[in-house]
Ligand binder design. Structure first.
Ligand SMILES: O=C(O)CCC(=O)C(=O)O
Length: 404
């Protein structure tokens, strides 16, 4: 077996066989001991007890590998088998062979010039699918290319650089994390993510990563354009429900904006796990930029999972839980999931528009005037969001808890 150093000498992995991270015991690996001795000079490692190696860098890596449960997986290490804590029971696996391609994904051309057609298409897509794609959406190609490049650069940084931003506390407004909610969940997901609050920019940009150096500028620019797109869509959604165009925006107040930059490393056994299991989004509207080269998003339609092939010019729009509640259940907050693959890393960038904390989520009167009862009790967005993060991602729909 041969050992090599990656990431500026930080990561020790065998080149030919891949470490089973849960079971690496330094003493049992004579070649590793020898390699470390060469690296560390004539004396060799001083202390191999409890997998401690005297170089802090090596200690960090070995320690990190042993505590996979709580640390990031975007390390450049390729695993030959999936660590046990990521393996779903048989009944919960993605059953990839049963998933078909979504042939008629609604693709709506926002630049077509026919406003009533756009509104009709959006209304139909929200009722039938709870998701659609948009082209000619106003977010420039250049901005999109730049954010994809800088996001890849971020996740290619050395592990120790990224770990400076690590947190498993969902209340943090900027954090690099892994899986979904590592403190609550029992089975993990094959994903790392950078979570950012993005509005108001002047409040949050200072805490964003400063490496790569262009990160803040590129991401701020993307956020501004995406926010504008989100408002345009919310106006169209309002009109499609028969409301004034400002109606939904008015209920939601000064909306927050969050971003998840998702990174799914190649996964040794994709059929046993998820990048993200089935979930709906707790916010109002999600604008998703998918990796153009690598597919992974699937949506649930009529009880079947459908794969959404990336469209080179499109952004994916998901209706979130708040729009389902505000439309009194007419529009669906779509169930979706991200699957992983064994060949290539996949990246996606989700922008979430969220009602302000004290927005009272209650369906407008015009939507219940015909006698249809309100499906959900009134709640504030803060109450909903707290409930969402106190649960596991793969439990029942969080809105169920708020039903009348
Ligand atoms: O990666 C994807 O395609 C989906 C991401 C997603 O669902 C999320 O960030 O909530």
């Amino acid at each position: 077996m041969r050992w090599c150093d990656l990431n500026d000498g930080l990561t020790l992995i065998p080149c030919e066989c891949i470490i089973n991270a849960d079971s690496l015991v330094v003493e049992d690996e004579p070649e590793l001991v020898e390699h470390l001795s060469e690296k560390e000079g004539a004396q060799g490692p001083r202390n191999l007890e409890n997998q401690l190696v005297h170089s802090a860098a090596y200690y960090f890596v070995i320690h990190r590998l042993d505590s996979m449960e709580t640390k990031i997986i975007s390390s450049g290490i390729r695993y030959s088998s999936l660590p046990g804590s990521y393996i779903r029971p048989q009944s919960e696996r993605p059953k990839l062979s049963e998933v078909s391609d979504c042939e008629n994904v609604p693709i709506i051309d926002l630049g077509c010039g026919d406003r009533s057609l756009i509104i009709k298409q959006i209304g139909d897509a929200c009722c039938e699918y709870g998701f659609f794609q948009v082209v000619n959406h106003g977010v420039s190609k250049e901005t999109i290319q730049k954010i994809l490049v800088v996001a890849h650069e971020f996740f290619s940084l050395p592990v120790e650089e990224k770990m400076k931003l690590y947190s498993d506390d969902p209340s943090k407004t900027m954090r690099l994390s892994t899986s979904f909610n590592v403190k609550k969940e029992t089975i993990h997901n094959w994903r790392d993510y950078l979570r950012l609050h993005c509005y108001p920019l002047e409040k949050y940009v200072p805490e964003w990563p400063s490496t790569p150096s262009s990160f803040k500028d590129i991401v701020s620019n993307y956020c501004t354009q995406v926010r504008q797109l989100g408002f345009t869509l919310q106006e169209a959604i309002s009109v499609s429900l028969g409301l004034d165009k400002e109606s939904l925006k008015n209920v939601m107040g000064e909306q927050g904006q969050h971003m998840a930059v998702n990174y799914y490393p190649p996964c040794p056994e994709p059929e046993l796990t998820y990048g993200l299991p089935a979930h709906t989004d707790p916010n109002a509207l999600t604008i998703l930029l998918q990796d153009m080269q690598v597919a992974g998003l699937q949506v649930l339609k009529d009880g079947k999972w459908l794969a959404i092939k990336p469209h080179p010019d499109a952004l994916v729009i998901n209706i979130g839980d708040q729009l389902q509640a505000l439309s009194n259940g007419q529009y669906k907050s779509v169930w979706h999931r991200a699957i992983v693959n064994s060949d290539k890393a996949r990246l996606s960038i989700a922008s979430f528009l969220c009602p302000c904390d004290n927005a009272l989520i209650v369906a407008p009167k015009t939507l219940t005037r015909d006698g249809s009862p309100t499906i959900y009790r009134d709640f504030t967005y803060a109450e909903y969001y707290k409930k969402f993060w106190s649960r596991n991602l793969d439990e029942e729909h969080c809105l169920e808890v708020f039903k009348n």
